[in-house]
Design a protein around this ligand. Structure first.
Ligand SMILES: [Zn+2]
Length: 355
């Protein structure tokens, strides 16, 4: 049903990737147990160079991480209906302002099944990878990690496109009131569809709010979507896609699409899904073990277990609460899991972010 709806939405904005097929198949790339939905907006001057804008449309369905009495369905509103909406919004912008380069709108299936859709794509691309200048990914948008981070979001991995992509993302970020923290690809933990492109040496930037309290729960429903934040995220990403698609200078991929930028140092723990500046969390240096004195300002705290510190609530409800809980518990040790309470898993990374 979701697939049918998306084909409807996409077909009014983009051309089919398989014009020789019939009906819905013209927009579908079959994969194991599903299909990617793909459309293309042809470039006016450089039609053989491509930007890919992608978001996964598969969700949790009835296989949620937790269950709420009376609600066994995860509607996956922020993860990733909001990301799909962002991709479709950008498609509309490109229709209104035809791009110089071609843009492929890619709505992936099977992200929750080990990135199956995007991996299938790079193994059988509909446009040449060698002429794909960049991949822009959306996964988890319009979401708030913590009450204190309502105006914070993340742009992951711009350094994989060197100074060109870094500059484009920074300009787009600077033009918006939203505080978009640019963090290294390594801090996205390779947990979304950008991974397949990264391993194909294609520069990528991944917009995300990371995994908040509603992540993979029945609570990830439309009432927790922060639409004001989503508007800002879409505006920022639209500027990035416009710049990539219209740049007068070459934005072809570097031959060394690198996964980890110089200067990153992992200090402790294992890879995790979220990263926030320590200064935002007001964490004292003692909370970040082995941190070198003087590096405080450039450090981010990344904790998979941070998300359950706040309940899954609507933006309005979160606004009334304070960020105090974030300081009460750090991820240095697991909290005992009590009935009705969420857990705190001891997964923390402290890493230096490259300037
Ligand atoms: Zn997702």
């Amino acid at each position: 049903m979701a697939r049918r709806y998306l084909i409807d939405r996409l077909s009014s904005r983009a051309e089919p990737i398989r014009p020789e097929a019939t009906g819905d198949d013209r927009y579908l790339q079959p994969i194991q147990d599903g299909a990617n939905v793909l459309g293309i907006i042809p470039g006016t001057e450089l039609p053989d160079e491509y930007v890919i804008v992608g978001a996964h449309y598969d969700g949790q369905g009835t296989s949620c991480r937790t269950t709420v009495p009376g609600d066994g369905v995860c509607n996956s509103a922020t993860d990733n209906a909001a990301g799909v909406a962002a991709a479709l919004s950008i498609a509309q912008d490109l229709v209104d302002h035809p791009p110089r380069r071609s843009v492929v709108i890619a709505l992936w299936d099977g992200e929750e099944a080990n990135l199956r859709g995007s991996i299938a794509y790079v193994n059988a691309p509909v446009v040449p990878l060698a002429q794909t200048v960049a991949y822009v990914n959306f996964d988890v948008l319009g979401s708030n990690l913590l009450p204190s981070l309502r105006t914070t979001t993340f742009a992951v991995g711009a350094e994989t496109g060197g100074s060109v992509l870094t500059g484009i993302v920074r300009d787009a970020v600077d033009a918006d009131a939203l505080d978009t923290a640019m963090v290294s690809a390594v801090l996205g933990a390779y947990r979304s569809d950008y991974t397949a492109f990264l391993t194909s040496s294609i520069p990528t930037v991944f917009f995300s709010d990371s995994t908040g309290p509603c992540y993979h729960t029945p609570g990830d429903d439309i009432d927790v979507v922060d639409f004001d934040k989503l508007d800002h995220q879409v505006a920022t990403a639209t500027r990035v896609v416009r710049a990539l698609a219209n740049s007068r200078s070459a934005v072809l991929p570097s031959t060394s699409g690198t996964a980890s930028a110089p200067g990153i140092r992992i200090y402790r723990g294992s890879m995790a899904g979220l990263c926030v500046p320590l200064s935002t969390l007001h964490a004292a240096p003692r909370d970040a073990p082995r941190m070198t004195r003087g590096q405080h300002d450039s450090l981010h705290l990344c904790c998979q277990g941070l998300a359950p510190f706040t309940p899954c609530r609507s933006p309005g409800a979160l606004h009334k609460s304070t960020g105090r809980a974030t300081r009460r518990r750090q991820c240095s040790r697991p909290a005992r899991r009590a009935p009705g309470q969420s857990s705190c898993r001891p997964l923390c990374v402290v890493a230096a972010i490259p300037p």
